[in-house]
Write a protein that binds this ligand. Sequence first.
Ligand SMILES: [Zn+2]
Ligand SMILES: [Zn+2]
Length: 132
Amino acid sequence: MSSDNSIRMTTQRAAILTEVQEADKHLTAGELFERVRRKYPTIAYGTVYRTLHLLAEHGIIQEFPFGDQASRFDKRTDRHDHVHCLICGELTDVDVPIAILARQVAADQTGYDIHEHQTVFSGICPKCQQMN
Ligand SMILES: [Zn+2]
Ligand SMILES: [Zn+2]
């Protein structure tokens, strides 16, 4: 990653980054705020929100905006694919071996020099399926 990681790592910023890195799925700013607040009860939502965007801008984490749903933050910055629940908004990593082939097919069909691609599979997560 060539992005400059030169943001000043304050204790609060480090704590916010740690919550992103320790989460088992991709959380929203609101969910991360709730977790950070357990250790830093006085932290403001705005601080968490701005820090997450700052970390994403510097390529330290990845941000996924979802239309009218809240953005989710991902500790992984490498290329990978996701499943996304249309009901609760959960976003989780998925390993799709065919993804690299898909990139080749796209390049072959269009002549594009493909720089990046990712696949998001939308559907209903197991938890939401059980609530029906
Ligand atoms: Zn769900
Ligand atoms: Zn991910």
